[in-house]
Design a binder for this molecule. Sequence first.
Ligand code: BTN
Length: 264
Amino acid sequence: MFGKNELESCMDTEWAGRCIHYFEELGSTNIQAKLEAENGAAEGTLVVADMQTAGRGRSGRSWNSPAGTNVYFTLILKPSYAPDKASMVTLVMALAVAEGIYGTCGLEAEIKWPNDVVVNGRKVCGILTEMSAEHGTVRHVVIGVGVNVGLQEFPPEIASAASLQAECGREVSRTVLLVNIMKSFEKYYESFRRNKNLSDIMGKYNSLLVNRNREVRVLDPKGEFRGIAGGIDESGQLLVEREDGSIAEIYAGEVSVRGIYGYV
Ligand code: BTN
């Protein structure tokens, strides 16, 4: 069973996910969360859906969101830090998802910078963070997460996708997974909020970074180049050593990083 009652009875966090708005069907949990945030929803409110009819991915793509098998949720934050810090919460969530997956089913999930979570080189989770800011102040941040959990057919355009159950060969509880992600998020977000940077968690993040020490193509609109990915710095930028030895600081946004021989 996956639903409001089960989630509420298992959620043993301090604040993240303590208030759950569960829907059997939604267009997009991000859209719903933004509406709720505008209407006064508190920090930590979690919007969860069993299926989405218009799940949204990054760069205007859609997110495959069938019923009864996956996890789709959006967490509402009401931070007091400046808007330029907000993109880092996506990396905090990626780390929380990777740790949550390991704690739930023992799969050693890795992170493809900045925020795809991969298992055995295939994407099992995507994260879409959206912010509303006004006069240099953040009104709210919503972090939307989709994790492929159950066995399913993926459309051909997402051939690099995988599911947790297919990778570990046994059933994975969506409830336990979501609770574990929230617990990890709460822990790592507290240190991010205190420091306003990723200094406490970058070591852990870098240890899970699948691109680390690998040759990558940096798809920068100002010009594509190749280099060797190091790790992230405390602001979440990826450090890439160019062929001439100089270090490029890659800021997530317009830029995407690809492996030379495939998705990672
Ligand atoms: C990506 O393109 O990798 C990001 C995908 C994010 C999908 C999640 S599913 C829950 C939340 N609601 C949405 O509409 N999108 C995000």
